[in-house]
Write a protein that binds this ligand. Structure first.
Ligand code: MG
Length: 352
C-alpha cells in the first residue's frame, strides 16, 4: 500500500487531485484508515490514475471518464476516438460562427458588403420505383429548401416543413440576426410537421435550407438531405448526414465505402418527426462569393450518383435549370430507386 503522498509522487498527480478524484468517484483509494481518514492506494491503481488525468486534460466529461475507465483498452480507445470526433465537429461549427462574428463586427457601418444575388432552380421527381413523391423542393429569391418526407405522412410532412419556412422568402432579413430567425423558423417547421404527422415518430421529414440575407447564406440542416458548394472548380459537401452510418464513419468504425452499402444506411439519427424528442438543426453561416454554386439535394441523388459525377454535371451545365435536370436525369438513369430533389443556386453580381 502507498500513502497518498507516495502515490501522488509515483503518479505525478497532486494529493489535491487525488482527493478530488476520490470525491468524484473516479478513483477510490484502496483503503481509508477509519481512525485517521488517511487514504492508501495500491500500486496497481497507478495506471488508472494516469488515465483519469489524461482524460481530464482532454476535456472529457466526468461521466465519460467513468465509462472509459470501465472498458477494455480496445473499447476505451474507440470511445476516446468517438469523443474526439464530437469535439472536432463542435469546434468546426463554433469556428465558423466566430469567423462570422469577427467579420460582422469589423464591417464598416452602412457599407453594403456585396452586390450579389442568387439565380436558382428547383425540381423534384418521384423516380422510377416509389409510388409517390414524398420530397419537397423549393427555391425563391431568399429561400432554398429540400425536405425528404418518410413514413405514412411523409409527403405532407415535407410539404409542411418547407411551407413553414416560406415566410423567409419575403422577409427583410438582417444579416446579424439571421441564425436566430432561422432557428425560430425551424422550430415552427417542427411544429407544423408534428401537426401533420399525427404523433408518430415513424413519420417525418429531413430539412436542409439556405436563407439569403443579401450578403450571407444561413444554413439549417437536419437529417440526410445534403448541401454542396462548388467553388473555384472544387465540390465540397457543407452538411453532415445525421445518420447512423455517418456517425460510425466519424468514429472510425466504418469506412465511407462500407457506409455506402451498409444495410442500415438510411437510418436517421435526427429528423423532424410527428413524435419523439425535439431535434435541433445544425445552423451555420456561409460567406458567398460571386461564381459560387450551391446544390441542395435529397438522398435520392447521392445514393445512386457518385460525387465525382455530381461534380462533373454541375460544372458542365452553366444554367441552374439545366444542371438540375441533368442531375435528376442521372439519378433516374441509375434506376431512380428513390424520389430525387435538387435545388441549384448560383451567386452572381447583381445586374450581371
Ligand atoms: Mg429519400
Amino acid at each position: 500500500m502507498l500513502t497518498i503522498g507516495a502515490f501522488a509522487r509515483a503518479s505525478r498527480l497532486s494529493p489535491k487531485a487525488l482527493r478530488l478524484y476520490d470525491e468524484l468517484d473516479l478513483l477510490r483509494p484502496a483503503r481509508v484508515d477509519p481512525d485517521t481518514g488517511y487514504r492508501y492506494y495500491a500500486a496497481e491503481q497507478l495506471e488508472r490514475a494516469r488515465l483519469v488525468a489524461w482524460l481530464r486534460r482532454l476535456g472529457m466529461p466526468l461521466a465519460g471518464i467513468r465509462h472509459v475507465c470501465a472498458l477494455e483498452p480496445a473499447d476505451a480507445a474507440r470511445e476516446i476516438r468517438a469523443h474526439w470526433a464530437r469535439v472536432e465537429a463542435q469546434t468546426a461549427m463554433r469556428r465558423d460562427l466566430a469567423a462570422f462574428l469577427i467579420d460582422h463586427l469589423s464591417a464598416e457601418p452602412g457599407k453594403d458588403p456585396a452586390m450579389l444575388e442568387l439565380r436558382y432552380f428547383a425540381h423534384s421527381d418521384p423516380g422510377h420505383v416509389r409510388p409517390a413523391n414524398q420530397d419537397t423542393a423549393y427555391a425563391g429569391t431568399r429561400l432554398l429548401a429540400v425536405a425528404d418526407g418518410f413514413g405514412p405522412a411523409g409527403a405532407p410532412a415535407s410539404g409542411a416543413a418547407v411551407e413553414a419556412l416560406r415566410f423567409l422568402d419575403t422577409a427583410d432579413i438582417p444579416a446579424g440576426g439571421v441564425l436566430d430567425l432561422l432557428d425560430d423558423a425551424v422550430r415552427g417547421a417542427a411544429e407544423a410537421v408534428r401537426d401533420v404527422a399525427e404523433g408518430t415518430e415513424e413519420a417525418g421529414t429531413t430539412l436542409t435550407a439556405l436563407v439569403w440575407t443579401g450578403s450571407r447564406l444561413a444554413l439549417a440542416h437536419i437529417g440526410d438531405s445534403r448541401a454542396y458548394l462548388l467553388r473555384d472548380g472544387r465540390l465540397s459537401r457543407i452538411t453532415h448526414d445525421h445518420t447512423l452510418v455517418q456517425s460510425m464513419v466519424d468514429e472510425g468504425r466504418l469506412t465511407p465505402e462500407e457506409a455506402a452499402t451498409h444495410p442500415q444506411r438510411t437510418l436517421l439519427l435526427k429528423a423532424l418527426t410527428g413524435g419523439g424528442p425535439d431535434a435541433f438543426p445544425d445552423l451555420c453561416l456561409h460567406e458567398p462569393r460571386p461564381g459560387d454554386r450551391y446544390l441542395l439535394c435529397s438522398d435520392g441523388l447521392p445514393a445512386v450518383v457518385p460525387d465525382d459525377r455530381v461534380h462533373a454535371l454541375l460544372a458542365s451545365h452553366p444554367a441552374p435549370d439545366q444542371a438540375v435536370h441533368a442531375l435528376v436525369a442521372a439519378a433516374n438513369e441509375a434506376g431512380g430507386p428513390d424520389n430525387v430533389s435538387c435545388v441549384v443556386a448560383d451567386v452572381v453580381d447583381r445586374g450581371a
